[in-house]
Design a protein around this ligand. Structure first.
Ligand SMILES: Nc1ncnc2c1ncn2[C@@H]1O[C@H](COP(=O)(O)OP(=O)(O)OP(=O)(O)O)[C@@H](O)[C@H]1O
Ligand SMILES: [Mg+2]
Length: 297
């Protein structure tokens, strides 16, 4: 197949691994910086150029769109979709997953376990908002945060209130969750491709820290999932409409709870921890879907 990888940086581990896996399987592959793709939109057809040259006839595109380029990146991806290229993650699905509040609403609607979550806007409503959530400890999360930045544990109600007041004063969007203490600073990253978990790792926070992010000093190791955990990860990816997803779960007394569904999950951590060829699994899945799409019915 003729494949494009939408990525801002061809030297990133994930991008390189996808290129390598595609080449190794005999596919033609090119990395395109989404910010250098420009589009013509007209009722008689869609056109796209890259550094002065036409982009056409891509069988498939694998989006690796970072949070900072969501808007432009999904517009470029949508153009590929409209020009007939297959993508495992559609522009709509990526936008759905990027909006944390919307993602929580969709997951809850699908009956998938989540930590109880509240959000509000007006400072006058904070006291009642926290009553809706239940007693502390609470986890307060900035909507724009990643890698554990802007995730705060408030052990007392007074701490929750002052953190929320500070965030509201800065006009920052945030949500507040019940704290799942029994997870003991660990979470599970389940890598879902085409409705199957192809690899999973457990991330454990360093001592004295409740956030398991590797960027916060956490450590990762391969893990085998229970059937319930596997099913939850697969259902969460499906609820978001993602065929490639990193589903983060925490183990709670009432079963696995989803923290996040990531639409551009990194490959370095998961391949390093498990030794599995996750890039190859993604390429094989995309090639299978392209073949099926092209087959005469
Ligand atoms: N409700 C919770 N109860 C217990 N621990 C939590 C809870 N929410 C988050 N954590 C811990 O904090 C870590 C960071 O939280 P989270 O994954 O929600 O934010 P992030 O990594 O900054 O953002 P994102 O994953 O959306 O990029 C989690 O990996 C988990 O270990
Ligand atoms: Mg996270």
């Amino acid at each position: 197949m003729k494949l494009a990888i939408l990525s801002r940086n061809a030297t990133l581990y994930s991008t390189q691994r996808l290129v390598e896996a595609a080449r190794g399987r005999g596919h033609s592959v090119r990395v395109l910086d989404p910010l250098r793709c420009y589009l013509r939109i007209a009722p008689d057809g869609f056109q796209m150029h890259y550094r002065g040259r036409e982009l056409a006839d891509y069988d498939a595109v694998i989006p690796r769109i970072g949070a900072s380029v969501t808007f432009y990146g999904t517009a470029v991806l949508r153009q590929f979709e409209m020009m007939g290229s297959y993508t495992p993650n559609s522009s709509d699905a990526i936008l759905r997953a990027r909006d944390k509040l919307r993602a929580h609403q969709l997951l809850a609607k699908a009956g998938i376990g989540l930590p109880a979550t509240v959000f509000g806007d007006n400072p006058d409503d904070i006291a009642d908002l926290l009553r809706m959530l239940g007693p502390p400890p609470h986890v307060i999360k900035l909507n724009e945060g990643t890698q554990g930045n802007g995730v705060i544990l408030a052990e007392r109600l007074s701490a929750s209130r002052s953190v929320i007041e500070a965030f509201s004063g800065l006009y920052a969007n945030f949500l507040v969750q019940e704290f799942i203490g029994e997870a003991k600073g660990a979470d599970l990253r389940c890598f879902v491709v085409g409705g199957k978990v192809v690899a999973a790792m457990r991330r454990k926070a360093k001592k004295g820290e409740f956030r398991s992010n590797l960027h916060r000093g956490g450590s990762a190791s391969a893990v085998s999932l229970s059937q319930d955990e596997t099913e939850t990860a697969v259902r969460a990816a499906k609820a978001m409409g993602l065929n490639v997803a990193g589903v983060d779960l925490i183990r709670s007394r009432r079963g696995p709870l989803v923290l996040e569904v990531n639409s551009s999950p990194g490959l370095e951590g998961i391949e390093g921890a498990t030794g599995l060829d996750v890039a190859g699994a993604i390429i094989d899945y995309v090639a299978y879907r392209v073949k099926r799409q092209k087959a005469p019915r």
